[in-house]
Design a protein around this ligand. Structure first.
Ligand SMILES: [Zn+2]
Ligand SMILES: [Zn+2]
Length: 276
């Protein structure tokens, strides 16, 4: 797009899964990390590996206190301040802040409220509530120009609010955590199986596919299947379910599917935006 007010949104899934989650979203001028589960070294190495070494990080947005999302808060906050010469705020709800283990608390912690949007430079940040078995969990969508990009993982069931937010997204990470049969036949103790399946656990492939059928919007271009369980899912099963869902709503041709993973960052997704 040639107009003066256009800019590209950059969206890079650095890691996704129960061992560590982190996604970079930016527009060249400003940028944020959503979650910092992997080690600080992994996060920065992976940004480097996909051409984002010098990409701006103006804030880190934490969804909830589980260590696969917040594990590196303390170390990353120190490292970013040292390397970039100024403190970088780590945003989270008061419930999440109160529930962080002491060794995870960042010195630049700033509390935010679900449902109250705020700006990080040129980006709009919209934190919204999701059902998960933690103190005050949220998901985020980021507004860049006329586009919304977001990460929706770690939820036990899709809610009306989640559907509303997802319907606005052009780029989305959507949780495809487990295949129900694999979970039930798998190695987890019964209590853990119950937790994963509960309304405050994680979305199954079928639930996530139903969510896409219900809420995929006209602007949707990219879906990254996220937070896949190593033990209780198969990327091909998840992809098959997602593709069937998109086919059902006539979106198979325009929406690109990828599977996020634990071992390496996905190539950044770039989409054009116009001044909103
Ligand atoms: Zn998680
Ligand atoms: Zn979690």
């Amino acid at each position: 797009m040639g107009n003066l007010f256009s800019r590209d949104a950059i969206f890079a899934v650095l890691s996704s899964g129960s061992k560590g989650n982190s996604t970079y979203v930016g527009d060249g001028q400003n940028g944020v990390l959503i979650d910092c589960g992997p080690s600080t070294k992994q996060i920065l190495t992976r940004m480097d590996a996909v051409g984002l070494r010098d990409a701006p990080i103006d804030a880190v947005l934490v969804t909830h206190e589980h260590s696969d999302h917040a594990g590196s808060c303390r170390v990353l906050a120190k490292r970013l301040e040292r390397e970039r010469g100024r403190p970088v705020p780590f945003h989270m709800t008061p419930g999440t802040a109160d529930s962080l283990k002491p060794q995870m608390i960042p010195h630049t912690l700033q509390t935010i409220e679900a449902g109250r949007m705020f700006r990080v430079g040129s980006l709009t940040v919209d934190p919204f509530r999701i059902p998960h078995d933690t103190a005050d969990p949220i998901a985020y969508r980021i507004g860049i120009g006329d586009r919304w990009l977001g990460v929706v993982t770690d939820l036990g069931r899709p809610t009306t609010l989640v559907s509303q937010k997802l319907s606005t997204l052009s780029v989305a990470v959507v949780e495809f955590n487990h295949d129900v049969e694999m979970l039930l036949d798998g190695p987890y103790p019964w209590s853990v199986k119950q937790r994963v399946r509960s309304s405050h656990g994680h979305l199954s492939n079928v639930q996530a596919a139903d969510l896409l059928v219900d809420a995929a919007g006209a602007s949707l271009e990219h879906v990254v299947l996220g937070h896949l369980s190593d033990e209780n899912n198969d990327p091909n099963k998840a992809l098959h379910q997602a593709a069937a869902a998109l086919h059902k709503i006539g979106a198979a041709g325009r929406v690109k599917l990828q599977v996020g993973c634990q071992s390496h960052a996905l190539e950044p997704i770039t989409i054009g935006t116009r001044a909103g």
